[in-house]
Design a protein. Structure first.
Length: 303
């Protein structure tokens, strides 16, 4: 459901929807690693009932990382995925439901991943106090559909790119967690793994060794990616202020106006639809023009 450059535009226009996540780290005591106790109150001073994970956004960066050496085998891939889920769980600390959705129908790798995730969940629920009282649902690759769509189907059964879907649910308490967007972040060459040049310019020259243990540099952990919360409730407040119009010949309905806004955003394209030739989200004025047209037309249309 991704809209090209949508998040960059949205975060600049409505800056208050973004909140940096506070994350507790595991500690070491006498050489023993003490994990984070996720049963304690959330350090972000907000409590969440449910955590929904679109696993596609976790699997790819763990199996094909951009800022460090790729895992040597499937075992290392699985460990990286487990650690990524642990970080998200530590930040969010859901109290009722953890829902993990894998794109389906999948490959043999996805089948193995589902088996490993079942082991991972069983281990956490047996040993981590923060996992003991929650319901864990794994929609694996045997269930057809994109992960984000399976998540939304589940949410709709309970009560009725995720920012759009979050708005379209009209749920009052909806928050999205994602990696912090850092523009112009240098990417390593896909051939030699070094930064500073692209594949087409790679000469295959090994990096000059610096220090006795420099050969292990690529395997050392890089600076961890930070996470942010996107507060859909705050975005709704922004939209209500922008879209509300006085002196309408019919009652103003914010829910229907949000639906209009989501619909207009898809004019600039998404994963399934091309953008209209004259509209691109990278042009800051595009959505402003659409909103203006919407507001001009609204008094004359009541459907």
């Amino acid at each position: 459901m991704g809209v090209p450059a949508f998040f960059r535009w949205l975060s600049r226009k409505y800056a208050s929807i973004i909140v940096h996540c506070l994350e507790e780290k595991a500690k070491e005591c006498n050489g023993v690693r003490v994990p984070v106790d996720t049963s304690k109150p959330n350090p972000n001073e907000v409590e969440f009932d449910n955590l929904y994970l679109d696993m596609n956004g976790i699997i790819h960066p763990c199996t094909h990382p951009e800022d460090k050496a790729a895992p040597k085998n499937e075992d290392e891939m699985m460990v990286a995925i487990f650690e990524y889920i642990d970080r998200l769980y530590n930040i969010v600390r859901p109290r009722k439901v953890l829902y993990m959705a894998i794109d389906g129908v999948g490959t043999e790798f996805m089948e193995n991943l589902a088996k490993c995730l079942r082991y991972y969940v069983a281990e956490r629920q047996n040993n981590d106090p923060g996992w003991k009282n929650i319901t864990v649902i794994l929609s694996d690759a045997s269930v057809p559909g994109e992960g984000e769509h399976k998540i939304m189907d589940y949410i709709r059964r309970q009560r009725a790119d995720l920012i759009m879907l979050g708005l379209a649910t009209h749920e009052p308490n909806f928050t999205i967690i994602r990696e912090e967007f850092k523009p112009n972040k240098p990417r390593p060459c896909g051939l030699c793994g070094q930064v500073g040049h692209e594949i087409k310019d790679c000469q295959g020259i090994a990096r000059e060794k610096q220090g006795e243990h420099d050969q292990f540099a690529d395997s050392l952990p890089c600076s961890e990616q930070e996470f942010i919360f996107i507060r859909i409730a705050v975005l709704r407040e922004y939209l209500e202020r922008e879209l509300t119009m006085a002196s309408l010949p019919f009652p103003f309905d914010i829910e229907r106006s949000v639906d209009d806004w989501v619909f207009m955003c898809f004019f600039v394209g998404n994963d399934f639809l091309p953008h209209l030739p004259s509209l691109e989200i990278s042009q800051v004025v595009t959505l402003m023009v659409l909103i203006t047209v919407h507001n001009i037309a609204k008094p004359a249309v009541s459907l």
